[in-house]
Design a protein around this ligand. Structure first.
Ligand code: EPZ
Length: 427
């Protein structure tokens, strides 16, 4: 298996362009199943996960063609409605085909995703939402069979937790249901808004974008569309954090700073200077002639649904706090096992104590963060190890980087372009 090798302490300078958002591309690719025809999606990142979703659509009978960052998807002739275990187990977001298939053909058979490194990842809220709309769901042999006689019926769906893909799945089941569907405690992430924009362009009637109360009025017809994937705010946030760790000055373009309010607050409180414009950031953490990076202060973070601090940036932020002055308490409220990166960061010298859903990080001087062989355990943990490796003295080798390649397009090349001494090495 390939590895990433980093010789740390090199500051970052120059510009990095952000790619399209993985967590918007996945629901929007699934949404093309809603209606026959040729759809065109722009700014689609070429990632392991987007390739998996496109492969899933192929197994359902769709065809697709990539041209640069645009992907044409033809879903006219669907030949199946089953998402097999061997695909779903590699990517939980495969469950996003449930809503569109139920709407399009009235049934679907999707493998239950099973857990992953960061938690059990159940889909009970998705299934309960479908049942509210008149869908019968049967769990059998590790699969969920969903079936509806005739049309789905508008109703009220309440989410105990504002589930992002749960909101997206129920939206795609409601767009052609009879009458009105109200979704309460809906997720407000920008990726949900991106899906709402695409569904609206298809002819859906959805009110309440960016709020926790969505009202869908069912329509009879949806048309194929062109849609554009929003920039990946988590990728942008990862590079902002990387500047804090490595030092230097980096302009991060093709992104929406307005979508990272909590992270900006925390990085500025830690001591970074960040200039944000409409579609770019310039982050700086000066390094003096002796190579000492500007001092950073430890700050506390609690992960929350949008617009709170994103759980998808928790691991990366921790990799910054291990080298800040003072103590930082990082409280993870979204997933029950999202501290897999702690043991690996400890191999680099970090002083972290886990106490239930909190990690107490005692910052140490950066020269005590020493490179070592480490292992990626999940997507954002692997990004955390890259951030730490950029700051560490000596060489850090990260194995199992297929985790990283699920969600970051050309990360090694982008960091090389910013002056990092980083390379991908064949096993
Ligand atoms: C989405 O996952 C993202 N994935 C995740 O990004 C992200 O971490 C998460 O939202 C939270 O922001 C995609 O959009 C493809 P949830 P999702 O449903 O929708 C519990 C990454 O690194 N829950 O909002 O699966 C669940 O266990 C990935 O890019 C239920 O109990 O997350 C969690 O504790 C990781 N039952 C909480 O709700 C359900 O039916 C929030 O999960 C659904 C969720």
């Amino acid at each position: 298996m390939d590895k990433i090798r980093i010789n740390g302490t090199r500051p970052l300078y120059g510009t990095v362009a952000v790619s399209g958002a993985k967590n918007a591309a996945l629901p929007l690719i699934a949404a093309t199943l809603l209606t026959p025809g040729t759809h065109t999606l722009h700014n689609v990142p070429d990632l392991r996960d987007t390739r998996t979703m496109l492969k899933l659509l192929e197994t359902l009978g769709a065809t697709w063609e990539r041209s640069g960052t645009s992907v044409q998807i033809n879903t006219t002739d669907l030949t199946g409605a089953e998402a097999p275990y061997d695909l779903v187990k590699t990517m939980r977001a495969s469950v996003l085909v449930l809503g569109p298939l139920i709407t399009r053909v009235g049934h679907a058979r999707v493998s239950l995703p099973g857990g992953c490194a960061i938690g059990a990842r159940p889909i009970n809220f998705h299934l309960r939402g479908f049942e509210q709309l008149g869908v019968e769901t049967i769990l059998e042999g590790g699969y969920v069979e969903a079936r509806v006689q005739g049309r789905l019926e508008g109703s009220t769906v309440y989410f105990d937790i504002p589930s992002v893909t749960g909101t997206e799945n129920v939206l795609m089941a409601a767009v052609k249901a009879t009458g009105q569907t109200i979704i309460k405690n809906a997720a407000k992430e920008p990726e949900v808004g991106n899906l709402i924009d695409m569904l609206t362009a298809m002819g859906a009637e959805i009110e309440g974008r960016d709020t926790d109360r969505l009202m869908v009025t069912g329509v009879d017809f949806l048309q194929p569309v062109e849609a554009t994937i929003i920039p990946d705010r988590i990728e942008a946030g990862t590079y902002l954090i990387a500047v804090g760790a490595a030092g230097g000055e980096l302009t991060i373009t093709d992104c929406f700073p307005s979508q990272l309010p909590a992270l900006l607050e925390k990085l500025r409180a830690a001591g970074m200077s960040i200039e944000d414009k409409a579609n770019s950031f310039t982050a700086s953490c000066p390094v003096d002639s002796a190579g000492n990076r500007c001092p950073l202060r430890g700050v506390n973070v609690t992960t929350m649904p949008y617009p709170g601090f994103p759980t998808d940036l928790q691991a990366q932020f921790m990799a910054l706090m291990i080298q800040a002055d003072g103590v930082s308490i990082i409280h993870e409220t979204i997933f029950e096992n999202r501290f897999m990166h702690v043991a690996e960061l400890q191999r680099l010298g970090a002083d972290i104590t886990i106490d239930g859903a909190s990690a107490v990080v005692r910052g140490i001087s950066r020269d005590r963060i020493c490179g070592a062989p480490v292992m990626a355990t999940d997507l954002r943990a692997s990004a955390s190890l890259v951030v730490a490796g950029l700051a560490a003295s000596g060489t850090t080798e990260i194995s199992r980087i297929y985790h990283l390649e699920r969600g970051y397009e050309n990360m090694v090349e982008k960091l090389q372009g910013a002056g990092a001494d980083i390379e991908k090495v064949k096993a």
